[in-house]
Design a binder for this molecule. Structure first.
Ligand code: AHG
Ligand code: MN
Ligand code: MN
Length: 346
């Protein structure tokens, strides 16, 4: 068989092709002739936001934007200056896109309605955690942005009805990790692709396609400081894992912890605690988008009691959920230890 690359774009091998996030989005759009480009414009707004936030994160110390603003968000958590800045960047970039009907953010108590419904015009809702793990900023640790995109229901649906859709209805989801490099991870429901920001040209370059989570990694990621207030099943799992050669890895920023699991395998847990029976993580803009990424990469995500995260019918924009996610083999081992408890809020 002649394997010599042929001339012309179709013949270009994927491993030698230079593909930016922008071209990737346009390429995906070309596969959907009915697509109007509205959706692509939204993804491009997220990419621009990521570059602006990455720049602010890198310059945080120089520009004195570390530390808190002295206010709390709806979750009762202290807002860092960069939480507010990143939120503002996303609101401004998405606000300029015709296709965005509603945005909802961790940092805003109420959703922001940007545009009224116009018949025949497809519109979307974008939900986000503008800066995840923001307490890591002061120590130069990894932080991120998480986003989830839902179709706006239209037909006079209320804001609540448009936003409160279960995770399996997401049309796209992703995150940006501002780490030792800036990484953009995206799924539009056809696998997971990974892009890295090349700062010298200001573009996200595609470096991996159709990522699949490796199995067999004996690593768990959990805040073990809470261990004594976890339901018993989680404590049993940790006892078992520690007797079976497991390592612990915990960055304290969901984006950084999930990114490691996406690339290396293992399991991430944020269980319920006595103080927070629903756990800490937010369903709509933390758990659901991460669940879509993980499942698209062949993994599993549960909220406990065997319920898949993306099947939860949300009742409030800022609701929380326990989270177990990661490689299918490692998640199964956690669930096996939880199943012994009946009726526990696992
Ligand atoms: P945020 O900074 O957006 O409020 O999110 C922090 C979250 C998440 O990133 C992380 O997994 C978790 O908080 C860590 O919580 P603990 O400090 O309780 O372990
Ligand atoms: Mn967060
Ligand atoms: Mn946040």
């Amino acid at each position: 068989m002649d394997t010599t690359p042929k001339a012309g774009p179709k013949a270009a091998r994927d491993d030698v092709r230079i593909m930016t996030l922008q071209s990737h989005i346009l390429e995906q759009q070309a596969h959907h002739p009915q697509a109007s480009g509205t959706f692509s414009w939204i993804l491009s707004a997220l990419s621009i936001s990521a570059k602006i936030i990455a720049d602010k994160v890198r310059r945080a110390r120089l520009e004195n934007v570390l530390g808190s603003v002295g206010t709390e968000n709806i979750q009762g958590e202290v807002q860092q200056k960069l939480d507010v800045l990143a939120n503002d960047v996303l609101l401004r970039t998405l606000g300029g896109r015709e296709g965005v009907a509603i945005v909802a953010s961790e940092e805003n108590e109420e959703p922001v309605i940007l545009r009224e419904e116009v018949e025949g015009v497809p519109r979307y809702c974008v939900l986000f955690d503008p800066l995840d793990g923001s307490s890591n900023l002061d120590i130069c640790g990894g932080v991120g942005t998480i986003f989830s995109i839902l179709e706006h229901k239209g037909n006079g649906a209320s804001v609540q009805d448009s936003l409160l859709q279960p995770g399996y209805k997401q049309v796209a989801a992703g995150y940006v990790l501002y780490g030792s490099s800036t990484v953009f991870v995206l799924t539009i429901g056809q696998g997971v692709d990974l892009f890295v920001l090349d700062p010298s040209i200001g573009a996200f370059m595609r470096v991996e396609r159709s990522l699949m989570i490796p199995s067999g990694n004996k690593t768990y990621s959990v805040n073990e400081g809470n261990r004594k207030v976890f339901p018993e099943g989680y404590q049993r799992y940790l006892d078992w894992a520690q007797s079976n050669g497991y390592s612990g890895r915990y960055a304290g920023a969901m984006v950084a912890d999930v990114h490691r699991i996406l690339l290396k395998g293992g399991v991430f847990l944020y269980p319920p605690t006595k103080k927070a029976p629903e756990g800490k993580l937010r369903l709509m803009y933390e758990a659901n988008p991460m669940a879509m990424i993980i499942e698209q990469a062949g993994g599993k995500t549960f909220a406990g009691c065997g319920q898949r995260v993306m099947d939860i019918q949300p009742t409030a924009i800022h609701q929380r959920t326990p989270v177990i996610l990661g490689a299918t083999d490692q998640v199964a081992l956690v669930l096996a230890h939880l199943e012994k408890d009946s009726g526990q809020h696992a």
